[in-house]
Design a protein around this ligand. Sequence first.
Ligand code: FE2
Length: 294
Amino acid sequence: MPTTSNVRPIMKTWTSSPKLEGAGVHLRRAFGFDELPQFDPFLMLDDFCSDNPADFLAGFPWHPHRGIETITYVLDGDVEHEDSLGNGGVIGSGDIQWMTAGSGILHQEMPKGSKKGSMYGFQLWANLPAARKMMDPRYRDVKSGMVPVAKAAGGVQIRVVAGEAAGVVGPVKDIVIDPEYLDVAVPPHVRWKHSVKPGHTVFAYVIEGEASFAPGTDPSPNQTLVLFGRGESVQVETRGRSARFLLVSGKPLGEPIAWYGPIVMNTRDQIREAFEEYEKGTFVKKSGVPKITT
Ligand code: FE2
């Protein structure tokens, strides 16, 4: 009998809920402000999958960020991106943009969709520790072809964006919270077990099909968020249907959080200062954002 004693149990599970964000984008929020600080070091996960351009074309026009990282993962369609310092481009199907806002960036993100009019993607916000909130901003643009696919027993396929799965290491490295970001596809009637760092926060978000996320539990369908309890591994099992899900983990910061809109700091005074600087035009500290194309 295989032991399941070190397998993480499901701590909480729920379905993402509709939200209106940006200039009128209809998306689904898997978790956010209301769930603080359960997902520490993560702050928010938005699901902007839609087959209706009216849901997403309004986009996210110019806005600031400070104190966080925003991680945009596109499955299908294009997101046009531009920032106040001259960077610009398209996050296309299968691409990841890992943006470290640090001391401050002004940018816009405009989903354009695919030729069919669909736009499938996700944006995760990760917090930065107090000591790094004012670090220089940076981008990591990872094109789809640069994301390795790990293969595990039973036909499991894992796109490894960050971290390691089945001996394959992802291209996004040197991130403060030591994250793992996996896109996992599990065929029907397969059990997949994956080691995770014991002290890290771990969650999954179902993006296709359904799977059970802990021994003896019922399958969770598409758009379900699963927050895991403590343990050394997660165990996912499918029945008659396949499943695809994001599996994300990171090292908790355990610091106070002061969050207003797109700016997340440690104190209210820091939030006030950020918005005062934004009004005065002194918000951006670094002229020229390093862009690392992997
Ligand atoms: Fe943004």
